[in-house]
Design a protein around this ligand. Sequence first.
Ligand code: SF4
Length: 502
Amino acid sequence: MHALPATDRLLESWLQCERRAWLETHRSALATPVGGLEPYLEEQRSDLRRLYLERLRAAHGALDVVSGTERDGREVVAGALRSGATCVVGATFETTFQASSGALRLRAGVDGLRSGTRGWRLEALAAGGRVRPHHVRRLAFAHYVAAAAVLSTERAAVVHVTRETAQPRPGLVASDVTAAVTSARSRLPTRLEAAAASLRAGTEPRTRVGPHCRSPRGCPFRTHCWSGNRSYSIFQVPMLRTSTRRALRSAGWLDVRRLPPEVPGLSPEERQALEDARETRSRVDTASVRRHLDRLEPPVAFLDMEFATPAVPWIPRMAAFEPLPFQFSVHLEGADGELVQRAYLHRDAPLDPRPPLTAALLRALHGTGSIVVYDAAGERLLLRALASAVPERAAELEAAQARIWDLLSLIRGSVRHPGFGSGWGLKRVAATLAPDAYRGVALADGLAAQAAWRRLLRTRDPHLARVLLAYCAADSRAMVAIVRVLRQWVAGSRAAEMPASP
Ligand code: SF4
């Protein structure tokens, strides 16, 4: 019987859901992309790897650091020992785990190895800026595989950036996690035995869908597993606590349409959310919508901004993960209803995008009129970030904040539709109220846009620039379309045309 390949990522998938791990092994073609999280994290990781290598070379000298990404770890370590180097960056180890159901071919990547008095210290880079349980599990897996590949390891650490303002570059800290890794490693053989048995099963496990489909990582097999219960699942209802979802699932109540009229132990918000989800008709509080719309002052600027949160900022005095706006789209609607679009996309790495973006934004926003955004808190945060980076324009940016009109709070408070499903995100609301808004848009979300922008800075690929401009323009255009639908409703002309409930 041939050995099945298994990596730390596959084991993470198996810990999340054995069905996911089985599908990744046997039916990977059924996977569909899950937003932009993975490309975003990969960009953060590669920045972090560069900084890590740079710091090691600065601290130990270039000759003391061997870079061995993707090469066989044993070879890389043997080479390091021969040359007297004490640091290895990037190495991959392999070994075979012989389970009773058959063999697993284990493959583990190690970000860093530092030579100590009694062995090597394994280091994992954390893109998110802090130690998380999966870093410990990953190190435990690497520890197990590297030890089996005849490498003595004595300690383990997670390396991450400090969140303080960088002077001039962010700092790196190593958090020792040896005790946690040793404990996780002791459980590994039992887990590998169980994983081998379920991965070798001839049929797909029948694991039921649940909160694990989103956490800790969005599962790429949701289209496959959720087909047939998408619209009315309790897991699609916003505002429910995880404990409530679990309790409903344990009671066998997966479909909100089959819930009894009174479910005990719910908060008022949860009761309302379930009531909304059971609602098969659309409802609009026309008076409230009218009140909001009456407050709009022309010319109305529909604004969307995209921002990055680099773990390793390249701009002096920026802290790790500080929001860095790099793009906006404004659709300006005059009193006569005519639309003019203005956009800015920063392409000049390594220059700071904030000063030119601020200048272009203030021109595009016009001096008066309402500024429609989707989620006022988020856009205010970005305007404040611009004001602190460009203090000479702070007064104008503050004046712009005072003109903000929040479409999200209007929708949330006054419009109910079963099509909104699990939330109030702009794309979800637009898919119901203005279905053409995102037609032909290639990026899934803001994280995908961040990753695409970082690639654009590196490659200057004009196709990526077009993709980003189209993505941001679709967001501001979607707001225009939604507001126009709302105006038609309050005018009475579209009441009968509200999208049908699913
Ligand atoms: S969608 Fe849910 S049930 Fe299906 S494989 Fe993924 S985590 Fe498991």
